[in-house]
Design a binder for this molecule. Sequence first.
Ligand code: GDP
Ligand code: MG
Length: 164
Amino acid sequence: MIERTFVAIKPDGVQRSLVGEILGRFEKAGLKIVGMKMQWSDKEFALKHYTDDIEKRRGKKVRELLIDYLSEGPVVAVVLEGVHAIEIVRKIVGATEPKSALPGTIRGDFCHVSYDYADKEELAIRNVIHASGNREDAEYEIRLWFKDLELHSYKNAHDLHIFK
Ligand code: GDP
Ligand code: MG
């Protein structure tokens, strides 16, 4: 049940100085940071992150916009560990569309635009953060962004309350 998941604070989140605020929410929930770095990706790398799957789910145009968005500036890439981490992190992050994301979630608190608006303006939805959607994506994304040596197992204060 202890899982690892991947999050990236997207270029808008970094440019808006939200890194500390966002990471603080995960830390306060008891999730453990086991890997972290800043990376300015090129389009080739962004294509590996937003694979054909996104094209199937969201269309070619959205994938193109996303590649530009992800590579327009540095992101803060993080691997988080915890009980049901994949699902818990998605809950803390909130819905994909900021308009629908509930207050109290990262996307609900820090952005507001709708699919309709973004599509009309031909913008990728700028929703400040990416989080792996499921176990398969988490494994793929962690491997894509991090080398084994960049991931660390260590004890923190929360372990006291999680393990016997
Ligand atoms: P996520 O897992 O919640 O990030 O959502 P997806 O994996 O479905 O989509 C990846 C990213 O594409 C989202 O976070 C948005 O930045 C963007 N996106 C998704 N759907 C749309 C859409 O319909 N229109 C636009 N403009 N951007 C979208
Ligand atoms: Mg996704």
